[in-house]
Write a protein that binds this ligand. Structure first.
Ligand code: ADP
Ligand code: MG
Length: 367
């Protein structure tokens, strides 16, 4: 990566200036209530850095996927209320994705965003892998900087990528299979071993010829999985599973799922084996829960892996909204070295060593 990415001091004197801060306030919500405000709290160091120096801070974020039009379901009201409690006097714009210009990176939308604004800060690590208007637009004209959160994320993840203590293992799970398979290939060039659980494991198990019942999988990714499995790196897959049988009753299985059964978690034997890999590594990156941990019947695998992340002496990094929520649910979020606020962004930074949002900052007038 060439070129300097400006940091907050590169903004110069911010007293009396209006500073647009792109934050990632895409928090989990249920019935209009915020269920975890980790992402809001994560932006506070940057916000206070600016307000303590006399800046007027205007935050802007997306929330959910409102498809380019106002949708009360994705209004920022609850976030605004929480932000007002945590950082009084800070403004928050309405959901950026209420305007199709955000995801379309429309210059007219950028022009409206930067109107009356003196400087721009990107602290939205979770969105920095998207070339959206609020990420790549403002640095074209405004003095810009990365916020403290973005800076920390970049330091930790590029450190993992460029200089990991080995063995370095990536533990992958979750449900966004095709999204993540792309980076698995690149990750294989960086890590010594992969551990695969969550819904992601079923496409791999299918590629190995195991019957997976009605578990979540992506048939069009089987060839990719076969190629990855043939690649010579260690790929650890489950040897037992937990889920429901064809009648929908809780059941434990070996590696062969009967017709109609669904795998919703790794089994206890697998969880123990995966834990051993984590304990024996010196660097571990974890993205994606091992099962449908939101349901207590299928949380044990994810809980065991979270505990191994807490117990290992390895340098541990967890990325991904649901993975971070799982850690918090088990009360283990303080036991790992770094909890990344971005799932896709952390994978892409590990994969490519750069992000559209970082490239944009490198091109800012003050860079
Ligand atoms: P992250 O947000 O950490 O990047 P993802 O969004 O990819 O993770 O996936 C999280 C979701 O994956 C969780 O809601 C969880 O219930 C689901 N999940 C994990 N394993 C399974 C499985 N075997 N079957 C169905 N869903 C699963
Ligand atoms: Mg998720």
């Amino acid at each position: 990566m060439v070129g300097h990415i400006p940091t907050l001091p590169d903004l110069g004197d911010v007293a009396g200036k209006r500073v647009l801060v792109r934050t990632d306030f895409n928090v989990p919500m249920e019935h209009g209530e915020i269920t975890d405000d980790f992402r809001i709290r994560s932006a506070l160091p940057t916000i206070s850095w600016l307000t303590e120096r006399g800046a007027q801070v205007v935050c802007a974020s997306h929330l959910g996927r409102p498809k380019g039009a106002p949708d009360p379901k994705y209004s920022m009201d609850a976030v605004r209320a929480r932000l007002a409690a945590l950082a009084p006097g800070v403004e928050l714009l309405e959901n950026l994705r209420f305007d199709p210009g955000e995801e379309g990176n429309d210059p007219a939308f950028v022009a409206r965003l930067v109107e009356g604004v003196d400087a721009y800060v990107n602290d939205a690590f979770g969105a920095a892998h998207r070339a959206h208007a609020s990420i790549v637009g403002p640095p074209r004209t405004l003095p810009s900087a990365m916020g403290l959160l973005l800076q920390k994320e970049v330091d930790v993840l590029l450190g993992l990528r460029n200089n990991p203590k080995r063995p370095f293992v990536a533990v992958l799970g979750g449900s966004k299979i095709s999204d993540k398979l792309g980076v698995v290939e690149a990750l294989l060039g960086v890590v010594d071993a992969l551990v695969i659980g969550g819904a992601m494991c079923f496409t791999f198990l299918a590629a190995k010829g195991y019957p997976i019942g009605d578990s979540l999988w992506e048939p069009d990714q089987v060839e990719t999985c076969k190629r990855l499995l043939a690649g010579g790196k260690r790929i650890h897959l489950p040897e037992d599973l937990v889920g429901v049988d064809a009648e929908g009753n809780f059941a434990t299985f070996g590696i062969h799922l009967p017709d109609g059964a669904k795998g919703f978690d790794i089994g206890p034997g697998t969880a123990a084996a995966f834990s051993d890999v984590i304990i024996e590594s010196r660097t571990v990156f974890w993205n994606g829960p091992m099962g449908m941990f939101e349901d207590p019947r299928f949380a044990a695998g994810t809980r065991t892996i979270a505990q191994a992340m807490a117990d290992t002496k390895a340098f541990t990094v967890v990325g991904g909204g649901d993975s971070a929520a799982a850690l918090a649910q088990f009360g283990l979020d303080d036991e790992v070295d770094h909890v990344s606020t971005g799932g896709g962004a952390s994978l892409e930074l590990l994969e490519l060593g750069d992000l559209p949002g970082l490239a944009a900052l490198r091109g800012a007038p003050n860079a």
